[in-house]
Design a protein around this ligand. Structure first.
Ligand code: FE2
Ligand code: FE2
Length: 172
C-alpha cells in the first residue's frame, strides 16, 4: 500500500470515530429529553459508526499497515431541539461522504484496486446515510416538534422503523 493511501485512510478513520462519539453523545441527550426512540436510533447509528471504523482498521491490518487511533474532540452534549440534532446528523454524514469521495480519489490515483473496492461499499453506505437523515428530518417536519406528533415519531424510531434506512441495503 502506498503511504498516501495509508495516511488518507488513517485520516478518515478519525471521522468515523468522531461520528461514533457524536451519535453516542446525542443518544444521551435524547434520553434526557425523554425521547427513548430517538435515543435508540442514535445508539444504533453509533454502533454502525464503530463498525465502519473497524472496516478501515481491518483493511489496514489485512494489508500489513498500522492503524493510528486519533484523539477525539468532545462531542456536543446538548441541542436546542430534535430538529437541531437531526440537522447535525445530516451535516455530519455529508462531511463523511465528502471525505470518502476524496479518499476514493487518492486510492484511484494510486491505482490501489483493493482500497477502491473496499471504498465502494462506503460510497453506497453514505448515499443511504444521507437519505436516512433527510427522511428523518422530513418525518419530523410532518410530525411537528412537540406533543403527540413527536411522541408518535419517537415510538416509530423505538420500534426500529428508521425512515430511509435499510440495514440490508449496503451489505452491513
Ligand atoms: Fe460511517
Ligand atoms: Fe454514518
Amino acid at each position: 500500500m502506498k503511504p498516501e493511501v495509508r495516511d488518507a485512510i488513517n485520516a478518515h478513520l478519525k471521522l468515523e470515530l468522531d461520528a461514533w462519539y457524536k451519535y453516542s453523545a446525542m443518544a444521551l441527550w435524547f434520553e434526557e429529553a425523554d425521547l427513548p426512540g430517538f435515543a435508540s436510533f442514535a445508539k444504533t447509528q453509533a454502533a454502525e459508526e464503530m463498525q465502519h471504523a473497524y472496516r478501515f482498521i481491518e483493511h489496514l491490518q489485512d494489508r500489513d499497515q498500522s492503524p493510528v487511533l486519533p484523539a477525539l474532540a468532545q462531542p456536543a452534549a446538548t441541542y436546542d431541539s430534535p430538529r437541531e440534532a437531526l440537522d447535525a446528523v445530516l451535516k455530519s454524514e455529508q462531511t463523511v461522504s465528502e471525505s470518502i469521495r476524496q479518499l476514493y480519489a487518492v486510492a484511484d490515483k494510486a491505482n490501489d484496486q483493493a482500497a477502491r473496492i473496499m471504498l465502494e461499499w462506503f460510497i453506497n453506505e453514505q448515499v443511504e446515510e444521507e437519505n436516512m437523515a433527510r427522511s428523518l428530518l422530513g418525518r419530523l417536519r410532518l410530525a411537528g416538534e412537540v406533543g403527540a406528533g413527536l411522541m408518535l415519531l419517537d415510538q416509530e424510531l423505538g420500534a426500529g422503523n428508521i425512515p430511509g434506512h435499510n440495514p440490508d441495503a449496503a451489505g452491513a
